[in-house]
Design a protein around this ligand. Structure first.
Ligand SMILES: C[S@@+](CC[C@H](N)C(=O)[O-])C[C@H]1O[C@@H](n2cnc3c(N)ncnc32)[C@H](O)[C@@H]1O
Length: 249
């Protein structure tokens, strides 16, 4: 992983209001997602599907030559993006990482048909291709769906720093994740979800409702920030562009 100092990280975490809710540890996340490698499909789920459609439309990835996905799970989103772009005859390079070896195995097998255009690395014990300094500033888009929901403030700061370093100037940060519902049904669903997360976070995969915007410092210019309902739950969809002349946090 690209190095950045403990001081940078502390400044990053201190820049936004800390989230007091507990998050699951990496070991807990591994145990949850290793078991769920065949069933997790948030980006295609009842709640995540509509938000993913909005995210892909807003992100307009057709012009991207290189895409990075953080927490790719079993690779459904990568398959969708690459199939679409393959049909448009402009398949981008697609690099993806995930913490779970089982998820990486699922994703690698799903994406094998795209040959060397798609590469997936497991970050459980190694950094994989993230160790390649040539990646810095090379990506057109950094995408992540339903992963920041389970990360701590410090891990979110790390992930945003990684995004900022991988992206070209003006490159796109494309995020979706669970957020707070609107209206009586949305409030009740959010309350039930948050109650389960508070008592038994692993049951909901460690995912909690979030507002992602406060995590983005001046280093990001916001293009899209919408809330999309899917089933009883709601997701936040954010697209922002890297501003290389601004401070990240
Ligand atoms: C809720 S699933 C979402 C999967 C996929 N992005 C989707 O939308 O269907 C969360 C994924 O993030 C991965 N993950 C959890 N913590 C991670 C970390 N620190 N770094 C990379 N991946 C992580 C999990 O292994 C799992 O595949």
């Amino acid at each position: 992983m690209f190095p950045f100092s403990a001081q940078d990280r502390a400044a990053a975490v201190g820049a936004f209001k800390p989230d007091p809710r507990r998050t699951i540890s990496k070991t807990q996340a591994l145990s949850v997602y290793e078991r769920a490698a065949k069933s997790v499909r948030d980006s295609e789920s009842l709640y995540g599907g509509p938000a993913t459609n909005v995210l892909l439309k807003a992100a307009n990835l057709g012009t991207c030559k290189s895409i990075f996905e953080y927490g790719c799970g079993a690779g459904q989103l990568a398959e969708r993006i690459l199939s679409h772009e393959q049909a448009a005859a402009a398949m981008p390079e697609y690099l993806a990482i995930d913490l779970s070896p089982n998820m990486v195995a699922e994703a690698s097998s799903r994406l094998r048909k795209f040959g060397g255009q798609a590469r997936v690395a497991c970050t459980k014990n190694q950094v994989g291709f993230l160790g390649d300094p040539g990646l810095e500033g090379r990506m057109d888009a950094f995408i992540s769906t339903y992963v920041f929901d389970l990360l701590s403030d410090e891990e979110i700061a790390n992930a945003l720093t990684l995004a900022w370093r991988l992206l070209k100037p003006n490159g796109k940060l494309c995020l979706s994740g669970l957020t707070y519902g609107k209206g009586p049904i949305g409030w009740i669903a959010t309350g039930i979800w948050e109650g389960i997360h508070w008592a038994f976070p692993e049951i909901v995969g460690g995912c909690r409702c979030q507002l992602l915007l406060p995590y983005l410092g001046p280093g990001w210019a916001l293009d899209t920030d919408v809330t999309v309902a899917g089933g009883f739950l709601s997701s936040q969809v954010l697209v922002a562009r890297k501003q290389p002349d601004q401070a990240l946090f």
